[in-house]
Every structure is written in C-alpha cells, then in structure tokens.
Design a protein around this ligand. Sequence first.
Ligand code: B1M
Length: 210
Amino acid sequence: MSTLTELSQAVEKGRAKLVKALVPQALEAGTSPKAILEEGLLSGMNAVGEQFKTGVMFVPQVLMAAKAMNAGMELLKPHLSGESAGFKGRACLGTVKGDLHDIGKNLVRMMFEGQGIEVIDLGVDVAPEAFVQTAIEKDCQIIACSALLTTSMPSMGAVVEAAKAAGIRDKVKIMVGGAPVTDRFCTDIGADAYTPDAATAATVAAGFLA
Ligand code: B1M
C-alpha cells in the first residue's frame, strides 16, 4: 500500500498518531505537500463524508477523523505556505454563525499566511456583527467567511448586510467559500469573491491587496 493510501485510511479511521508519523515519512520520501494534502488527508476526509452521509459513520468517529486531519495539517503547514511573503494586509476569517466546521477555514488561514496576509481568526459560529466589528477595530481589508452547511450559508448574506449597515462595505472585500457555496450564491448576496479552495482564496485575496 502506498504511503498516501495509508495516510488516507489513517485519517478515515481517526488515527492521529499514525497520521503524525506518515506525514513526515511522505515528505522525506519526496512526496509534494500538495499531494499529501489532496491524495492523503483530504481523500480520507472525503471518504468520511460519504460514510457520514449514508449513516455508516457517526459524529464521534467523524470528530476523531477531524482531529487526525488537523494533526496532519499542522505538520504540513510550513511546507504548504512556504516562506511567508512580506506583509500584504490583514483579513478577519471565521466560520459563520450556526456552523462549527473549521478544517477548511484552518486551511484558508494557512494559505493566507503563506501569502503574507495577517489573519485574525475568529473561530467558528461567528456572528455577522463580530466579523464587521473586528474588521473596523483591527483595520482589516478582507472579511473571509467559510460555511459547510446549507443552513448556515444565509449568515454570509448577513455579513454583507452588516458591513453595509456599519458603513464599511466599500472599504472591505468580502470573500466566501466552503463546500455548499457557489459563485452564483456569492453574486446573489453581493459578496466580492467566491473561491472553491483555500489556495485559490489566498491568491485572490493577495490580488485584492496588491
Ligand atoms: Co459535518 N456535515 N455536520 N461535521 N461534516 C458535512 C459538511 C456534510 C456535507 C456531511 C454529509 O452529510 N455528507 C453535512 C452538511 C450537509 C449540508 O448542509 N449540505 C454535515 C452535517 C449535516 C453536519 C451536522 C448537522 C450533523 C449532525 O449533527 N446531525 C453537524 C453540524 C454541526 C454544526 O456545524 N452546527 C455536523 C458536525 C460535524 C462534526 C463536528 C462531526 C465535524 C466537524 C469537525 C471540525 O470541523 N472540526 C464534521 C465533519 C468533519 C464533516 C465532513 C465529513 C468533512 C468536512 C471537512 O472538514 N472537509 C463533511 C462532509 C464533506 O465535506 N464531505 C460534513 C475537509 C475540508 C478541508 O473541506 O471545509 O469543504 P472544506 O474546505 C474546502 C473548501 O470548501 C474550501 O477550501 C477547502 C479546500 O481547500 N473552503 C473555502 C472552505 N472554506 C472556504 C473559505 C473560502 C474559500 C474556500 O474563502 C473565504
């Protein structure tokens, strides 16, 4: 079995210790960090998603898998973001209200930091007003919102409205992403950019700050 297959299965089974051993092993063998992320960690998490959907896996097992995935991401972080570029600007980032998923959001933070974007990470279940208040207080040029649930997506529209109400809409770029989010949804709520993955989000954010 290849190391990436083994890694994918270790995430699926929630074996954080094994993940911590396999990531450095794959790096030492010359596997690219991108392949380790996509064909190892994310592949395992996708398998978890399928089994969660069909009722084969339940929340405790999914949490174990998430823990294993996060452990792997921490080890990959310096390799994924590379040499941090010089300071380009500041973003506040969070998973929107009603939503506790944070793996994609953490990936976005890593990629932003790698592009020289300082990130104020507000965590999960973030109220629209908290994004806007932080943007004002910390002088953020970007508000970045992640959502994994169709039921939490409307909170992204509320972030746009809160920015308008606070009079800062023309001063910040609002970026949205997460599995159920689409370009069409981004346009409908009046956000500035939808990107399908964390790496693209960082490139687009750096473009906004250029
Ligand atoms: Co949840 N969950 N979950 N879950 N969970 C999903 C999202 C689901 C699709 C599973 C399924 O049914 N197949 C489903 C949502 C259905 C829907 O609404 N469409 C679901 C559900 C229903 C739920 C609960 C309601 C289950 C329940 O309790 N009955 C519950 C909700 C809790 C809540 O949030 N209020 C719940 C709970 C959980 C756990 C806590 C157990 C755990 C989260 C642990 C954690 O995050 N720390 C969990 C997990 C792990 C998942 C799955 C299996 C994996 C999500 C993940 O981390 N993927 C997920 C199934 C799946 O996605 N296949 C599922 C890996 C991650 C890297 O991908 O976050 O999509 P993702 O990020 C991607 C892109 O989307 C993008 O970049 C990343 C790639 O580079 N991206 C951005 C993300 N944010 C971005 C922001 C950007 C740009 C790009 O710009 C700002």
